[in-house]
Design a binder for this molecule. Sequence first.
Ligand SMILES: C[S@@+](CC[C@H](N)C(=O)[O-])C[C@H]1O[C@@H](n2cnc3c(N)ncnc32)[C@H](O)[C@@H]1O
Length: 374
Amino acid sequence: MINIDEIVKGRGTAESRWAKFGPYYAMFPIDFAFKVVKKYSKKGDFIIDPFAGRGSSIFAGGVLERHSLGIEINPVGWLYGSTKLNPAEQQLVLDRLDSVYKLRNRYTKSIEKLPEFYRFCYCDEVLKFLLAARKNLKWQTDTVDATLMSIIIVYLHGKLGEGLSNQMRMTKSMGMNYSIEWWKEKGYLFPPEINPLDFIIKKIKWRYKNGTPKIADSSILFGDSSDELEKITQRAKDTKIKFSLLFTSPPYWSITDYYADQWLRLWMLGESAVPKSNAHKHKGRFGSKVEYYKLLDDVFGYCSKIMDADKSTIYVRTDKREYTFNSTLEILKKHFPLHTISIKKQPFKGKTQTQLHGNTSKENGEIDIILTKK
Ligand SMILES: C[S@@+](CC[C@H](N)C(=O)[O-])C[C@H]1O[C@@H](n2cnc3c(N)ncnc32)[C@H](O)[C@@H]1O
């Protein structure tokens, strides 16, 4: 059995190499995900994460031989999570890369029509390749295409030399105008000349160096938990499956906009070339207290129907700020009235979601709400 140290310190296993796959906002530290799964469940148990993000909880569950089920609404998070659970065979991904790369010259004219941002961000060779991948990869339905696309979006932007772009942050796509001004001001006037074929081949070979992870029956659904859980609760009832661990981190009220923060990766996945705010109630910043409360109430309400009433744990990491914390606690108490509650403040370690937004106040930070029933 894989041990946590190997995963966290990267002692050269396939599991450690794939565990951190996908830069995402507000992600669980890998060691934390493994420790929680290990402490609160056992081999063969069922685990659920209705706000799976890049899938760390589900990956840890799968590696540790628990049946693990995630749900994620954001295509970027979903693609990272589902790829790390089931990457396609390396040679098939390399062959697909080669075939997509060969299509790049069809897009010579199209790159001229893109907004100025793209010409500052990518050299022509990269941009033509990105358009060919964007148009031709069927990432929603084909595992080889999904694996290739997810590897491309990991490296879509980042530090100069580490990604395909001009100098940018890796976790978050900055705004178009902001980026252009920044590049001009700091003298990054030309994007790096990169051969995208050689670049992505190297990244694929690095990722597959130790093979692919061994994962027990686990998957992540692409969708809205408040819809998907209705069907899942019905199926769990029919099959008499009871979940032992609910392990999640919901969005924080009014803090992160997972769509705006990933706008450039979402463009690669087919959305608009110009970032637009998403009108869907669960795809924005969660500004409405009423909608936020309702989402958590619905999701934890459904989950309460599939958790083992005699013996289960609900482990929720959330924002310490008043509205998010108080509502989450109230909702959890309502749906799990017979569980015992404990609360653990999380000291600042590395970059938390709230710190990434420039908040360094000791008043804020994250907090774990743990409900147990033995
Ligand atoms: C705090 S993040 C979870 C991060 C995750 N623990 C990780 O390690 O990557 C919350 C996630 O919930 C997702 N989300 C928000 N509303 C959702 C909904 N209605 N259904 C499914 N996922 C949702 C967001 O897209 C975001 O990825």
